[in-house]
Design a protein around this ligand. Structure first.
Ligand code: MTE
Ligand code: MO
Length: 355
């Protein structure tokens, strides 16, 4: 009962956490530019893949990270199933292991924001366990619970997709306490809120239920839309705070030599066809260079070399295009994770008079 009360008071103060932590979860290290400016040279190829080191990977918890003992940890699969299962860590390791790359993003991540990272994950598929448990056809949703009492739900059909994984390694290391040790679930195509850490319960339920963030108005499907994130202008990280960048004409990062615009793009399950850049507030668009990841669940990297000829004020935007959609510049439905389109005001200063 006491724990419940403590939790309640934590919850009461954390309703704005998702927003507030956009500001607090950035430490100086993660503000380093994602790309080196040598990408300005069109002969420098874009990297095939960029993995976020664990030390830079964002952490988003509604409460304190949970401390779990791997030996006593259990994952219960129950509710509307024929055969409830209780899995040990050994059971997870004894199942066939696979590794894959997937980009995790928080639904509240703004363009330039740090609440996104790409990692290599290792674990085992969930489907064989669900087949063993035999979900009854009365079940419509799966309620997923973490050891910190975090809960979120998705339709059964999302959980029975073959690419849903129970993972225990991130970038070849055991999950850290912050990222969900010993086990978390990954359900590709959805924002981070649908990927519970310290997973202890998968409960098939015969009714609809909203989870922690969903009860506060965040999308209940939390599907990742086609979106581009403008992460960097020249050597500056774009930020959701001022959305302003000023560049001098000369010097190492001067605009006289050209301006590097760079970022990432992601969709729930389709490849990014192209990334379009506007430097005139959306009137005209040019196509950026991009890489082509094997999996649509891994971020696409892009860069654009902008060569302005006159000083002045510019409005810079980036949008992504997939077979499903052209990212809408006007739509800013934050609660659906469409906050990716941002206009950055770029001021290019004229050369200072010398003498
Ligand atoms: N148990 C638990 N799982 C959770 C959360 C949480 O607070 N508790 N936060 C979710 C949210 S909102 C996001 S964006 C991702 C972030 O994962 P990361 O901290 O490993 O980057 O975890 C999700 N899983
Ligand atoms: Mo999140």
């Amino acid at each position: 009962m006491q724990r419940r009360q403590l939790l309640k008071s934590l919850l009461a103060t954390s309703t704005t956490l998702l927003g507030a932590s956009l500001l607090t979860s950035c430490n100086s290290k993660t503000l380093d530019p994602l790309f080196q400016i040598d990408l300005l040279d069109p002969k420098t190829p874009l990297p095939d893949r960029l993995i976020t080191p664990l030390s830079d990977f964002y952490i988003q918890n509604y409460a304190l990270p949970s401390k779990v003992d791997r030996d006593t940890w259990r994952l219960k699969i129950g509710g509307e199933v024929e055969t409830p299962l209780t899995l040990t860590y050994e059971d997870i390791l004894n199942a066939p292991q696979e590794s894959f790359h997937l980009t995790m993003e928080c639904i509240g991540n703004p363009s330039g924001g740090n609440l996104i990272g790409n990692a290599k994950w290792t674990g085992t598929r969930l489907l064989p366990f669900l087949e063993k448990a035999k979900i009854k056809n009365t079940a419509i949703e799966m309620a997923m619970k973490g050891n910190d009492w975090y809960e979120t739900t998705l339709p059964i059909a999302e959980l029975t997709k073959p690419d849903v994984f129970l993972v225990h390694k991130m970038n070849d290391e055991d999950l850290t306490k912050e990222h969900g040790y010993p086990l978390r679930i990954l359900i590709p195509g959805h924002f981070g809120q649908k990927q519970p850490k310290w997973l202890i319960e998968l409960n098939a339920i015969d009714h609809s239920k909203k989870g922690f963030w969903e009860n506060q108005g965040w999308s209940n499907t939390a599907e990742i839309p086609t979106h581009a994130l403008l992460r960097q202008i020249q050597t500056d990280r774009t930020s959701n705070q001022s959305n302003r960048v000023q560049l001098e004409k000369s010097g190492e990062a001067g605009w006289g030599k050209g301006i590097l615009l760079a970022g990432i793009a992601l969709d729930r399950n389709l490849p990014i066809q192209r990334i379009e850049i506007s430097t005139d507030g959306g009137t005209t668009w040019q196509i950026a260079d991009q890489n082509k990841p094997e999996s649509p669940h891994e971020w696409t990297l892009w860069r654009y070399r902008w060569q302005p000829t006159t000083a002045g004020k510019y409005k810079v935007l980036a949008r992504a295009v997939s077979d499903r959609e052209i990212q809408d510049i006007e739509k800013r439905d934050r609660m659906n994770g469409q906050s990716g389109v941002l206009t950055i005001d770029v001021t290019l200063n004229a050369a200072a008079n010398v003498g």
